[in-house]
Design a protein around this ligand. Structure first.
Ligand code: DON
Length: 331
């Protein structure tokens, strides 16, 4: 009897939350017109600029999904979080942190300015291109495919399937990679790269081209919400200390030069990519127990129209609304 009524309540709650999220997606979809598709990687300009979708997966087993959730897209900069995690798992955290710092830049994600003007010894953080390319050079393996293998294996463990590479995005990215090559040459001069520059860049372009869905991003966000532990099996998929540091980086640097505002107005660790994906992670929180997803959740958003900083215009607004309505902030 008690069990039955609990199930009924869960079903009602699910329906209620689903209706809310459907309404919010409908409402925020109009903000897709405030943004623009990324065009510096020509293949990304083929996306539907009005797309908006969200998947929320809770530790309590509840999943809410709404909008354009069947579209797949390249993971882009969200991959930087996992390249960092895999590099730390393979080489040790202090080894990686000796080669890349944990400071936000306040500059665009592909800025060269600091490398030139400050003559820094190591890039500012693993989530800007300079830091990400450095981290990629630390991945184990001689070829780009060997280097990528650690990331693929981690994804396979978390997602339950091995994602594909979007070859067209990869080629498009490689062909238009002038700025990343310029960053690569600055890094060569700094001496932080541990692999051949061509192999490093090829690995970086491929890792950014891994094809994912909003559901995949939600699952990746969920494992981070749980400090790297798979709650179903109890397995530590990512060492807890590394998962926590990844969340710190997401909070301080994950939304680029809009990270401060995102922390202030949304208040959850998140990482965006120029294809329009956002992976957000909501750790369990101790508040009013009637709030949804109290036990933590992962959120994946897809909305390819971007603002000036390279973040999904509608996606950010949708996340901000949900976070404030459900009090998801970690603060
Ligand atoms: O290297 C680049 O420019 C892209 N492959 C990734 C940039 C990115 O996703 C930044 N996102 N906001």
């Amino acid at each position: 009897m008690v069990q039955g009524s609990t199930n009924l309540n869960t079903e009602l709650t699910q329906e209620w939350l689903q209706n809310y999220v459907d309404d919010w997606v409908k409402f925020y979809r109009k903000h897709t017109t405030d943004g623009k598709l990324a065009s510096y990687i020509p293949q990304l300009e083929k996306a539907d600029p009005n797309a908006l979708g969200i998947v929320i997966i809770g530790n309590n087993g509840m999943t809410i999904q709404s909008g354009d959730i069947d579209t797949t897209f390249s993971i882009q900069s969200v991959s930087k979080v996992f390249a960092f995690i895999v590099a730390c798992m393979q080489r040790g955290m202090s080894y990686v942190l000796n080669r890349v710092d944990v400071e936000p830049t306040g500059e665009a994600f592909n800025s060269i300015m600091h490398l030139e003007m400050k003559k820094i010894e190591k890039p500012f953080n693993p989530l800007v291109n300079a830091g990400a390319i450095t981290v990629t050079s630390l991945l184990e393996g001689k070829t780009s495919d060997e280097k990528l293998e650690g990331i693929f294996q981690l994804f396979e463990k978390i997602l339950g399937h091995r994602p594909e590479l979007d070859i067209e995005v990869y080629e498009s990215e490689r062909e238009t990679s002038i700025r990343n090559r310029a960053i690569g040459y600055f890094l060569l001069e700094t001496g932080v790269l541990e692999s051949d520059l061509e192999i490093t860049l090829e690995t970086y372009f491929k890792q950014c081209s891994i094809e994912v869905s909003a559901e995949d991003l939600a699952r990746l966000g969920l494992i981070l919400a749980n400090d790297g532990i798979d709650r179903m099996t109890g397995e530590e998929v990512i060492p807890t200390q590394i998962a926590r540091l990844a969340k710190v980086l997401m909070l301080t640097c994950g939304m680029y030069d809009a990270s401060g505002k995102f922390a202030a107005y949304v208040g959850i660790p998140a990482k965006s990519g120029v294809s329009g994906g956002i992976m957000a992670t909501v750790p369990p929180r101790a508040r009013d127990e009637l709030l949804p997803f109290m036990d933590g959740c992962g959120i994946g958003v897809y909305g390819p129209a971007l603002d000036k900083q390279g973040n999904s215009t509608a996606g950010i607004r949708l996340l901000r609304h949900i976070a404030s309505h459900w009090d998801l902030s970690i603060f």
